[in-house]
Design a protein around this ligand. Sequence first.
Ligand code: SIN
Length: 548
Amino acid sequence: MISERYSSDYLIIGSGIAGLTAALRAAEHGTVMVITKRFIEDCNTYSAQGGIACVFDDEDSIESHVQDTLESGAGLCDETVVRSIISDGPKRLRELIDWGVEFSKRSDYADGSDRPDDYDLGKEGGHSYRRVLHTGDTTGKSVLESLKERCLEHSNISIHENRQAVDLIVSRNLDWDGPNRVLGAWVLDRESYATHTYLSKYVILASGGAGKVYLYSSNPDVACGEGIAMAYRAYAEIANMEFYQFHPTILHHPQIKSFLISEALRGEGAVLKSNQHGELVEFMKNYPELGNLATRDVVAQAIDQELKKTGQPCVYIDITHHDEAFLKKRFQSIFSTCLKHGINIAEDLIPVVPAAHYCCGGIRSELNGKTTIENLYAIGEVACTGLHGANRLASNSLLEGLVVANNAIEDSINKLDDIDNSHMDSQIVRDWSVGDAEDPDELVVISHNWDEIRRFMWDYVGIFKTNKRLQRAKTRIRNIRREIEHFYWDFTLTPDLVELRNMASVAEMIIDSALAREENIGLHFNVDNPEGSAETAKKETILRRPGY
Ligand code: SIN
């Protein structure tokens, strides 16, 4: 196992919309290395179906999008951040279009429609207008393919696949004087198991969320929360981890895991139904204000209650009022995936359940991605800028990734030439040391702990919590973390071990934050808590590694 050393102006960890946008922008000013855990496409962006929320229609307005976002966030959003990201949206979306992303047009779905050259705008829960730009139901794929193509063409950008960040290199952990600053990262090669040293002027964390902490999730397997865990170990502030968003409608099928049934179906008139003693009932009628298009916290909680009440394994989405020709075109991927598994969505109900989907908390960061560590930026799902508050509005996340990635690079270029980069030229920063580590003889410990965490997070720290369940989860995670620490330092690093350690750390942050929030608001619901409001609930739950 040969360890290598790399240096660049920017080290970007993650290859979703935020990471690749930042790479393209940064490459205009310096050298860029992007590391990604598996392949470029293995990220949440790629599987995004709904699209990007943005004001593109004359009848819509920035103010309306702002108000919908604040409302969905239950009053805990940072209004300045919300206004800024939403106002910058149209400009950034037009750049994305110039970069080659092809969003669906009205003429794609309705022959002879008026204004055929206008973009077809979808609607999702909590939005007052149709404002979601999309490419059918494969928006993330189309965005990522365009960004990837441009990145691969750029001579200033190197992309290293199958490389998994192990830890950030920060001055505080090297006992250097002065404010804590980032110097690079140690990175595991998932094929050779060598740990390399990547040194850089700036590190941009764009590593996405942590859905795999839960047993059921819409996320790809890579989403283990490493960015958040590494930033915590490096003494960054972490905010609002109790606000884990559950998507209400993931396909419930024994042969398919993690397949989303987009909220955009409900935007096209689909309704949720549950089987109550053999009768199909439209239970969202009990939520008269927005019904099937209520915000995600409301719909996921309603479904969870329905499942508990009826004892059924799933609820259903009914979109049979549309004909097959429309559904095949508008929801190409959902149509074909369901059909492959015996469900014709033009005729049959689609069985769905909620699953962990999006981390509304994360590394506390500003509108330009700046974190509490010098030269470290966090962008996209890994960050908590204040846009989402207690519950993210649907399709606001790709927008945030795009806008904040641009802001981060704009902020960074002012200082790029002044950063002290002496750490890159010498052996000041040591290589990762394996010491007396041996190859682990019992890998069952890793898989057992992995399964246990995901199951108790689902059972005890899910949509409905209680004090007792949270305490149980806390006791278990404490024991597991102790066991992992022992394992971690005595045995050679493997991708699974690194992921397990990070997942356990993120799980503990979610539990601690949930215990710390004493009122119910947005996505946080503890049966033992009183109802909170924007006026009474605390704005943020902040965690920081002790000993700073
Ligand atoms: C969806 O298409 O329902 C997901 C969109 C999102 O999570 O923002």
